[in-house]
Design a protein around this ligand. Structure first.
Ligand code: M6R
Length: 613
């Protein structure tokens, strides 16, 4: 959940500045403290503190560091509060070995006790600090730095990505990966980078290597060597070329990444529509031949799975069981059937509970894994039999926005392909569904171009109501839940996304005069019943805000405020409404956060990728 960046170069460039920029691009991974270390003439230079990167930089000039090698870290605290002493880098007793770390060393207590009994002096409460002391210990016994690193890391259990440097090794960074993402970028013969995520070094190079679990990379200026952690043997790796643009990782004139990424949705959807059909067909065929189908994910990806499950099951003729990834093993341990198929959704591909769910399933039954992720080569892809990469481009904002709509679109493409393969609807209807999918970029674009004023007014209107509901039925429950999650995480409001039918079984008792309820109401097969639900809430004094199609009359007339989505009211467009209706709720959360003086890119207590249980 932390961000790691490293650079080693033979060029005349400021490694401090590049390292600082690197962790700023990784700040979405954690932002409670940060630190930088550089190496120069046999000494380490360290600057670190608690707080946000910009504030620390103002105090300490983080980029003002000598040398040609630097490591930088932005932290999301696990072991030890976000204090200066607990921020990274962590060092050994001699002050010669520095390490930055993402993940958790699970056996750190026993390692620490042992090291303390060997005379090591610990300064922090972190699990990380055991690593430099372990290396120091091994070096005292006569091992080289390289052997000491192998020796130390073989003793560490858990998940980690680490980068290590030594005061007496001016041109070597050691990088180790075990279940926490790490990538290496390279400018041949000049400069080598490591980072938790590709956008961190994207302004300098598009050529990169993705580390596998239990691998060590030794970075030298403009070159890199890979070794297996356990066997210590060399590994041959192929570089990949990422075609993300540099400004995809920058804010490009928007005030926040979240807003930029909301606006990038039309383009992201267009690119996703161009995913090769052959890949969609493989996905569809595997679903068709599976006995049982599960779909699993966390957070926003889970909500995408709810919408996707609805679309695919409509045509598949089999029930798809959705399951939060953290519950997967617990709930299925006695009943996971052989020949099942699991669809795993994760924008990052690094969510530990999703990875654990599929890994456990693979180890315990004959199952196939279909993955939808936004990150090529992410951990989840290693356990997968087939992978589709959504084409959202890098998503930096902690709130998932464009990755959600592209996930739903990908699942919808699979659904329509299944409909064609199974011949369950006439070819003319398949064409209409395809048309509706192809229209999604334009619908979202039109909505975003014309409704900011309306959304900002609604936000002002809602300002006094700390709690309210998003209600709906059918496929739109996914939209209601996702809208509610955005409000919770970005605007710090307890907004519940709920089934409108179910709301009568309890939640309705919260409704008082003026209590806002936002109904998500595409004119699908649930519409008539939703009219009844709107009436029930209105009769109790609720203030009705409705998300409807532009030509809607009935629910629009019953509402105090309507948000019109510019799309036709046919069944083809209704089915893709989770894609076209959600931008309104993303914007609502964004502006509600601003209204309260919150930073939408840095929601409190959150990190973009949850890599700890
Ligand atoms: O990378 P993933 O899609 O696996 O992440 C899952 C959740 O952690 C993520 O969607 C989270 O809920 C976001 N903050 C939502 O905006």
């Amino acid at each position: 959940m932390c961000g790691i960046f490293g650079i080693v170069t033979n060029q005349n460039i400021s490694v401090g500045k590049i390292a600082l920029d690197g962790i700023k691009r990784l700040e979405y991974r954690g932002y409670d403290s940060c630190g930088i270390v550089s190496q120069h003439k046999g000494k380490l230079y360290i600057k670190k503190d608690s707080g946000k990167i910009d504030d620390i930089h103002k105090k300490m000039k983080l980029d003002d560091l000598p040398g040609k090698l630097a490591l930088a870290h932005t932290r999301w605290a696990t072991h030890g509060a976000p204090t200066k002493i607990n921020s990274h880098p962590q060092i050994d007793c001699s002050g010669k070995i520095a390490i930055i770390h993402n993940g958790i060393i699970e056996n750190f207590i026993e390692l620490k006790e042992h090291l303390i009994s060997n005379g090591h002096d610990f300064k922090s409460e972190t699990d990380t600090e055991v690593i430099p002391h372990l290396i120091e210990d091994a070096m005292k016994e006569g091992l080289s730095l390289r052997s000491a690193i192998f020796n130390a890391l073989k003793k560490c259990k858990g998940a980690y990505g680490v980068a290590i440097c030594h005061a007496d090794h001016p041109d070597e960074i050691f990088v180790v990966r075990k279940e926490s993402p790490l990538v290496v970028g390279i400018e041949e013969g000049k400069t080598t980078y490591c980072a938790s995520d590709i956008p961190a070094f994207l302004p300098y190079t598009q050529k990169c290597y993705i580390l596998d679990d239990d691998e060590i990379a030794i970075l030298r200026p403009g070159e890199v060597e890979f070794l297996e952690l356990n066997s210590e043997k060399k590994v041959k790796k192929n570089a990949i070329h990422v075609d993300w643009s540099i400004d995809a990782a920058e804010k490009g004139g928007y005030e926040h990444f979240m807003l930029k990424e909301i606006y990038e949705q039309p383009e992201a959807l267009k690119r996703t529509l161009a995913i090769p059909q052959a890949s969609i067909e493989i996905f569809a065929d595997m679903l068709l031949s599976a006995k049982n189908v599960y779909i699993t994910a966390a957070g926003t990806s889970y909500h995408a799975s709810l919408a996707g499950k609805f679309i695919i099951s409509k045509f598949l003729g089999k029930y798809i069981q959705e399951m939060e990834c953290s519950e997967f093993q617990t709930q299925l341990k006695d009943c996971l059937e052989q020949d099942s198929l699991i669809i795993a959704l994760s924008q990052s591909g690094e969510t530990v509970d999703t990875i654990e769910a599929v890994r456990w399933a693979k180890e315990n039954a004959n199952v196939k894994i279909l993955t939808i992720t936004n990150v090529v080569g992410s951990s989840l892809t290693r356990y997968s039999d087939h992978v589709i990469v959504t084409q959202a481009g890098p998503e930096i904002g902690v709130a998932a926005t464009k990755t959600y709509t592209t996930q739903v679109l990908t699942l919808a493409l699979v659904g329509i392909t299944i409909a064609r393969k199974r011949n369950v609807i006439p070819a003319s209807e398949i064409e209409c569904y395809h048309e509706a999918l192809k229209n999604t970029p334009e619908i979202v674009k039109n909505f975003l171009a014309n409704n900011i004023h309306l959304i900002r007014n609604i936000v002002k209107n809602l300002e006094k109501s700390l709690n309210f509901f998003f209600l709906s039925r059918g496929i739109s429950i996914a939209t209601a839940k996702e809208g509610g999650l955005k409000m919770k995480e970005i605007a710090c409001r307890f907004i519940e996304g709920y089934s409108a039918a179910h709301a009568k079984h309890g939640p309705i008792s919260l409704v008082r005069k003026g209590f806002p309820i936002i109904f998500i109401a595409p004119p699908d097969e649930t519409y008539q019943r939703l009219i009844g639900n709107v009436a029930e809430f209105k009769a109790r004094g609720g203030k009705i805000i409705s998300l409807v199609i532009q030509s809607d009359k009935i629910i629009a007339d019953m509402s105090n405020i309507t948000i019109p989505i510019p799309q036709p009211g046919d069944k083809y467009h209704n089915l893709i409404s989770p894609i076209t209706f959600i931008p309104a709720l993303q914007l609502l959360a964004y502006y509600a956060a601003l209204e309260q003086g919150l930073d939408p890119d840095k929601p409190q207590n959150l990190a973009k990728t949850v890599t700890v249980h």
